[in-house]
Write a protein of this length. Structure first.
Ligand code: NAG
Ligand code: NAG
Ligand code: NAG
Ligand code: NAG
Length: 213
């Protein structure tokens, strides 16, 4: 986890010198593990994810054996294209259906992201000693802030840094596999079906990122 952070920081320092003008790539279907750490060093989330890149659907379930304060028991099923998401409690089989106000998330590089070019971390010419990364950056939507994302040449997002006025955090992806291992995780559970969308309290913004702020 910490290796991924230092790799990323290093990447940021050296990225600016190789600017080119690619269009953002889009990640494939993935199953993997995600951590969220804020600028105080608190682990805000740790768990497994399943991502359908075509339908832009994401399931995140926090790992009970690595409790993190905010995400303890967090189980999210996000439908970014539809603008809704479910907070699932599979233990008591209950669900909350909510409106999404911001569709930005750490597995999708926004279409208007600006490329900062390709960097070599470590030594890519020695097997297992390096990684070639594409760096992307842009402004956040809805809140004042910006992001920096890195992705492999095959468009697997490695880490995303978000900086807002009130906080900043880093989201890292690990143990990524290029398939949806359990498609059922992307299906709305029967006990969540037919629920009305809950009203959003005034001043609340719902997004994937906000779940960890
Ligand atoms: C991703 O997964 C979805 C749902 O299983 C499937 O319809 C789609 O074809 C997959 N995309 C790729 C590129 O494999
Ligand atoms: C939770 O973490 C443990 C230990 O790292 C791992 O073996 C397990 O597969 C994880 N479970 C999920 C659902 O991510
Ligand atoms: C959770 O929050 C409490 C109180 O703020 C703190 O003492 C504890 O270290 C935190 N735990 C984790 C896993 O971040
Ligand atoms: C399910 O559990 C959560 C927290 O454990 C609680 O907030 C919620 O009210 C429960 N729902 C039902 C239907 O019991």
């Amino acid at each position: 986890m910490y290796a991924a952070i230092s790799l990323f920081v290093l990447a940021c320092l050296t990225a600016a010198s190789h600017a080119d003008h690619h269009h953002p790539c889009h990640a494939p279907n993935m199953t993997g593990c995600m951590t969220v750490i804020n600028r105080k060093g608190e682990v805000r989330g740790y768990g497994s994810f399943t991502y359908d890149s075509m339908a832009n659907k994401l399931r995140f379930r926090s790992n009970e054996s690595h409790p993190a304060n905010t995400s303890l028991g967090l189980d999210l099923l996000m439908f970014f294209n539809e603008g809704i998401f479910y907070e699932i409690d599979s233990k008591n089989q209950s669900c909350e259906k909510k409106a999404l106000h911001c569709t930005m998330h750490p597995l999708d590089i926004p279409n208007d992201a600006k490329s900062y070019g390709i960097i070599n971390s470590g030594n890519p010419s020695i097997e297992g000693e390096g990684l070639k990364l594409n760096i992307w950056a842009g402004s956040m939507r809805g809140v004042k802030g910006h992001y920096v994302m890195s992705a492999t040449m095959g468009c697997l997002p490695l880490s995303s840094l978000y900086f807002t006025e009130s906080t900043s955090f880093i989201i890292s992806n690990m143990d990524v596999e290029l398939e949806i291992k359990d498609p059922d995780l992307l299906v709305v559970p029967s006990y969540c079906q037919g629920l009305p969308v809950e009203e959003t309290p005034e001043g609340t913004v719902h997004s994937f990122l906000n779940e960890f702020m």
